[in-house]
Design a protein around this ligand. Sequence first.
Ligand code: GLN
Length: 196
Amino acid sequence: MGVRVGVLSLQGDVGEHVLAFERALAASSTGGRSPSVVPVRHAEQIPDLDALAIPGGESTTLSRLIERNGMYRPLAEFDGGVFATCAGMVLVATGAGDPRVRTLGLVEMRVERNAFGRQAESHEACLDVAGLAEPFRAVFIRAPVALDIGPGVEVLARVPRGIVAVREGRHMAFAFHPELAGDLRLHRLFLENLGV
Ligand code: GLN
């Protein structure tokens, strides 16, 4: 059996994440013909996964749904790799400065939600990302930034406003949306980091 990737399916752009990981796995050596990317709606599914994508959406809503579905503990204790984007990056942090968001503490960083202000609801930028030979076209939608990071956190990309991509051990978090870019290099980098 190949690697099992889940996509947290409570809210947000779940379909794009499933598709992007199916494609990234199909292109990797062990993905072969039977990559398994599963929507995750129940707490019991989480411990069986090798990796989990936490999509963008609204981190306050996602946090509430995580609590309501009894998923907080299994997520906070998850020992596979997490691929977190935008609202997902807010959730995996150790602090978000917003009492409506109970962060999971998987990546040691403090984030600021909606860090680019109202005049920049969404924008694109060409980013240099550590580990990629060519810049990545990043789509930002009401994106957070990381302000402080712990000593074990590697900065993968930053913009003048702050840090927008990080890795800590098996986990990666992006303030932007790699699943919308039509470019699977960050998914592959994540899978390679897991040894897939
Ligand atoms: N602003 C949202 C939040 O803080 C994130 C937006 C997104 O995921 N595209 O939850």
